[in-house]
Design a protein around this ligand. Structure first.
Ligand SMILES: NC(=O)c1ccc[n+]([C@@H]2O[C@H](COP(=O)([O-])OP(=O)(O)OC[C@H]3O[C@@H](n4cnc5c(N)ncnc54)[C@H](OP(=O)(O)O)[C@@H]3O)[C@@H](O)[C@H]2O)c1
Length: 328
């Protein structure tokens, strides 16, 4: 079976397309023959060693869609031939989706409805479930809210912008180019601010009657942290859920007092999708908004599996918009 592995942490040049033995499912597991593989920013962090892998060499990737080809002992509610997808699940589930197939715990597989094609399904669950828990659990977005969203034209960004807008919120998106601005506007952002703007807090205040926003969703990290705090209204919530530009350095918690009794949380998927019940509840919510057309899955880039390194180069140089998928 072909797979993309790294033998050492580093840049995209570490990705090697090579043969590995096809694994056999153990108790509670299924072997999924992949038809499409989702690329996520976390894969870059795994590659760099920022999110360490259990051992090296290791297959990268946390997400894919495909067909169940074999099931291990004790698996119920799943049959050979079922169309399924799975999302990255935090440190408990080691990466390994950049391959023609893989073994995965059956309880983490999601059945895909006929209306959702494989490429879309491979882009749906890590990003869709992330958007879901961020706007339904971390902060309950609703009508009357104005929210600020960084990387608004990215994979997670487009899900968040469309869904928050569907819930009645006014979305202000931050993006790095005119092309991305257009895409963000077409996908739920009422207002767009350029990432290079020297006064993002000023623009946000101008759009909110001087008040600021109740919540900022920030996946950029180091470069935007201070700016995000300055965009919040008193008692606002800063949701840090990614570190695309690097980790936020230590900061003085007392500064939150002076800026308006703000709150900060560092949110991670794994803590909001802790068991099958939660996975299915949230995944059904995601599929519901997709099937009723409120949220569209935007796969803007596809690459052959063997060219995964090119996908990484594109993602880390901010050349991608929407989701990126590899085809085995
Ligand atoms: N906590 C969680 O549960 C969770 C789950 C899934 C994803 N995430 C995080 O959410 C973020 C989005 O993930 P994604 O896979 O959908 O990626 P993505 O948003 O498609 O790509 C990252 C985007 O971040 C922006 N960016 C700003 N500074 C950057 C920099 N220095 N280098 C690279 N990009 C930069 C770019 O948009 P502009 O060009 O418009 O600035 C870029 O397109 C990532 O940080 C990821 O780790 C977190």
């Amino acid at each position: 079976m072909k797979a993309v592995r790294i033998h050492a942490y580093g840049g995209p040049e570490q990705l090697r397309y090579e043969d590995i033995p096809a694994p056999v499912p153990g108790p509670g597991e299924a072997f999924v023959r992949h038809t499409a593989i989702g690329v996520n920013f976390a894969d870059l962090h795994n590659r760099e060693g920022r999110y360490p892998l259990p051992q090296l060499p290791h297959v990268l990737g946390g997400e894919a869609a495909g067909v169940v080809e074999a099931i291990g002992p004790g698996v119920t509610g799943l049959r050979v031939g079922d169309r399924v997808a799975y999302a990255a699940g935090g440190p408990k589930f080691a990466p390994g989706s950049y391959a023609e197939g893989r073994v995965f715990p059956a309880e983490r597989l999601i059945r895909i409805p006929d209306e959702i094609d494989d490429v879309s399904a491979a882009a749906l669950f890590t990003k869709g479930l992330t958007a879901q828990y961020l706007i339904k659990s971390v902060y309950k977005v609703g009508p009357g809210d104005t929210i600020l969203l960084h990387a608004a034209a990215g994979g997670v960004g487009l899900f968040l912008a469309q869904w928050a807008s569907h819930l009645g919120a006014r979305v202000i998106g931050v993006v790095s180019s005119e092309e991305k601005a257009e895409l963000a506007r077409a996908n739920g952002c009422r207002h767009v601010i350029m990432a290079g703007d020297p006064d993002i807090p000023g623009r946000v205040r101008a759009l909110t009657g001087g008040e600021g926003v109740p919540v900022v969703y920030d996946s950029v990290g180091k470069d935007t942290f201070e700016t995000s705090l300055d965009c919040l209204r008193p008692q606002g919530l800063m949701v840090s859920f990614g570190t695309a530009s690097g980790r936020v350095p230590p900061f003085d918690i007392f500064a939150l007092n002076g800026k308006g009794s703000l709150s900060v949380t560092s949110a991670a998927f794994a803590w909001f999708v802790r068991n099958r019940e939660e996975l299915i509840l949230r995944a059904n919510d995601v599929m519901d908004v997709v099937l009723k057309g409120a949220v569209n899955i935007r796969v803007n880039q596809t690459f052959a599996l063997k060219d995964a390194a090119d996908a990484h180069r594109a993602l880390e140089s901010r050349r991608t918009a929407g989701s990126t998928v590899l085809i085995p």
